[in-house]
Design a protein around this ligand. Structure first.
Ligand SMILES: Nc1ncnc2c1ncn2[C@@H]1O[C@H](COP(=O)(O)OP(=O)(O)OP(=O)(O)O)[C@@H](O)[C@H]1O
Ligand SMILES: O=c1[nH]c(=O)c2[nH+]cn([C@@H]3O[C@H](COP(=O)(O)O)[C@@H](O)[C@H]3O)c2[nH]1
Ligand SMILES: NC(=O)CC[C@H](N)C(=O)O
Ligand SMILES: [Mg+2]
Length: 518
């Protein structure tokens, strides 16, 4: 019988905290499956998810503000353990009749917490003084009478609380952030001991479960995988290959919007390193034609996404009438396209493989990585034996240079951009900086600026360099690359590409910017 590795699971209700994703990753790191839903998720959906415990995230609002997010009634109805973090704790107090007020003393950053008395929540931590990280302006002024305080700081008697008769807890600090030294132990105590979740969400279990599920789903039928040569679809390729061997057919589309010489490289790698047969479809001109005159980023994504699907559909028909389409969609693609019950997320970008899918899709989808974060996908890749260079490759969005050429896409621009990008990446590798950045690329700005070369005037385009550090791509810091390095790349680009008169470096983090420019 197949083990249900999602049998033990936690639900995170999102109140809009910057750290909601981080809570989810921490729980997953404890080998327990979890998902994020919006704070006002439908009670039926919450019950159907059937979690063993609920974590209420922090959030930017104050509980007394008009229209502030409230406690979803289903949370207490389910009679399972609840942990409120920051706003979550304030909300629980407000709900049970305590007092939460704005405070003069805002606490951002380090704080020392003293644990008092015996509490199940802190049972996994042996010392009584905790180094924690706070981020709040409001505080619990009087604790609801159903709660006992289980920790205090010099500025608040209520840094954590526990319900007198129910397994309901609150912490004012953030156990999910790296700076809270015992954060993992506290979350583990909640997830494993208090909620009783088993550690089933492990790489090997995930692989075995997917392999079995895929076999059961497709039987003897063939599956067409859109293979980009990127991390996600390569991991899906390995997984499908393990599950159904020769029933897998991979299709790689050369969109004309790929990195420098990428088409040839992908074909080579797949043949040499993975022993997987790949069909290459040269569709450069079709993409340029379809994108002609279009400058809106969302519409560009939809055009590219739709064209991918049309190509897959045609290939599927030509090859034995295949019914299944596999894709390397991962959890952040789904969250960011707000295509789930997840979060209060606004649609930031319709990732081409999620929000960009046409409504009349004729194929049935298989997306085995849909619940996984990027770092989990990489772990799976390593376990499946993929080469490290492939697994740790920077991600490259499916729409490729199509969203890195701002505005209208033209073949000419793609050529210039691919060259500039290649110089940047080549130098990053040469200077041992590639693995120190999570994603790096060049962006083409279709504005002209004046330069002087030799004694002549140059009136040409601008290239922006973008490099970020991030673990999950949900938030990111711009990479503080050495000035000398940026200088070198900038000079190479302007010297070697006559159509570029200026190079700029992007110093925006995410949020408020996004990683890609479109
Ligand atoms: N050129 C392509 N040919 C075929 N399929 C593609 C191509 N580009 C993207 N796809 C499909 O779209 C999915 C999503 O693209 P995305 O770039 O997010 O993932 P990836 O390329 O597999 O991995 P990475 O994020 O590391 O680049 C891919 O997993 C793949 O199924
Ligand atoms: O397959 C993809 N299709 C898309 O439409 C898309 N848009 C952004 N990205 C990638 O997602 C990560 C986060 O990017 P943003 O901060 O720009 O949203 C980064 O890694 C981006 O490269 C995409 N990937
Ligand atoms: N991080 C949080 O959850 C903050 C909660 C609330 N907005 C406050 O400022 O106190
Ligand atoms: Mg990609």
């Amino acid at each position: 019988m197949q083990m249900d590795i999602k049998h033990s699971k936690i639900l995170i209700l999102d109140f809009g905290s910057q750290y909601t994703q981080l809570i989810a990753r921490r729980v997953r790191e404890l080998d327990v499956y979890c998902e994020i839903y919006a704070w006002d998720a439908d009670a039926q959906d919450v019950k159907a998810f059937d979690p063993q415990g609920i974590i209420l995230s922090g959030g930017p609002e104050s509980v007394h503000m008009d229209n502030a997010p409230t406690l979803n009634e289903v949370v207490l109805e389910m009679e399972i353990p609840v942990l409120g973090i920051c706003y979550g704790m304030q909300l629980l107090n407000d709900h049970f009749g305590g007092d939460v007020e704005g405070s003069e003393e805002k606490e951002f950053g380090y704080a020392k917490v003293h644990v008092t008395g015996e509490s199940e929540l802190f049972a996994g931590v042996s010392h009584k003084e905790l180094d924690v990280w706070m981020s709040h302006g409001d505080k619990v002024k009087s604790l609801a009478s159903v709660f006992n305080s289980i920790a205090h700081t010099s500025s608040t008697p209520y840094a954590a609380c526990q319900h007198q008769s129910l397994p309901v807890f609150g912490v004012q600090f953030h156990p999910e952030v790296e700076h809270t030294a015992d954060g993992r132990a506290i979350l583990s105590q909640f997830v494993h001991q208090i909620c009783g979740c088993e550690s089933l969400w492990k790489t090997d279990n995930i692989i075995d479960t997917h392999v079995e599920a895929i076999r059961e789903l497709v039987g003897e039928e063939k599956v067409l995988l859109g293979l980009s040569g990127g991390v996600d679809s390569s991991v899906v390729a390995a997984l499908l290959h393990k599950a159904i061997g020769d029933q897998l057919v991979c299709v790689f589309v050369d969109t004309g919007l790929l990195r420098y010489q990428e088409g040839d490289q992908v074909m080579q790698t797949m043949a040499d390193k993975m022993d997987i047969n790949v069909i290459r479809v040269n569709a450069q001109q079709r993409y340029y034609d379809a994108l002609q005159g279009e400058s809106d980023p969302e519409r560009k994504r939809k055009i590219i996404g739709e064209l991918f699907i049309r190509i897959f559909e045609r290939q599927a028909k030509e090859l034995d009438d295949i019914q299944w389409l596999a894709q390397g969609t991962i959890y952040p693609d789904v969250i960011e396209s707000a295509a789930s019950k997840t979060g209060k997320a606004h649609v930031i970008k319709s990732h081409h493989n999620v929000g960009g899918l046409p409504e009349d899709l004729a194929l049935k989808l298989i997306e085995p990585l849909k619940d996984l974060f990027k770092d989990e996908v990489r772990k799976l890749g390593v376990s499946l034996g993929l080469a490290p260079e492939l697994v740790y490759r920077h991600p490259f969005p499916g729409p490729g240079l199509g969203v890195r050429i701002l505005g209208e896409v033209k073949a000419e621009y793609a050529g210039i951009l691919a060259k500039a990008d290649h110089i940047f990446i080549e130098e990053l590798r040469r200077h041992d900086l590639y693995d120190k950045t999570s994603q790096a690329f060049a962006v083409f700005l279709p504005v002209k600026s004046v330069g002087v070369v030799g004694d002549a005037r140059r009136y040409e385009y601008v290239i922006a360099l973008r490099a970020v550090e991030t673990i999950d791509f949900m938030t990111a810091r711009w990479a503080h690359l050495p000035y000398e390095f940026i200088d070198l790349v900038s000079r190479r680009i302007m010297n070697e590409i006559a159509q570029v008169s200026r190079v700029v470096y992007d110093v925006s983090s995410k949020p408020p910017a996004t990683i890609e420019w479109e």
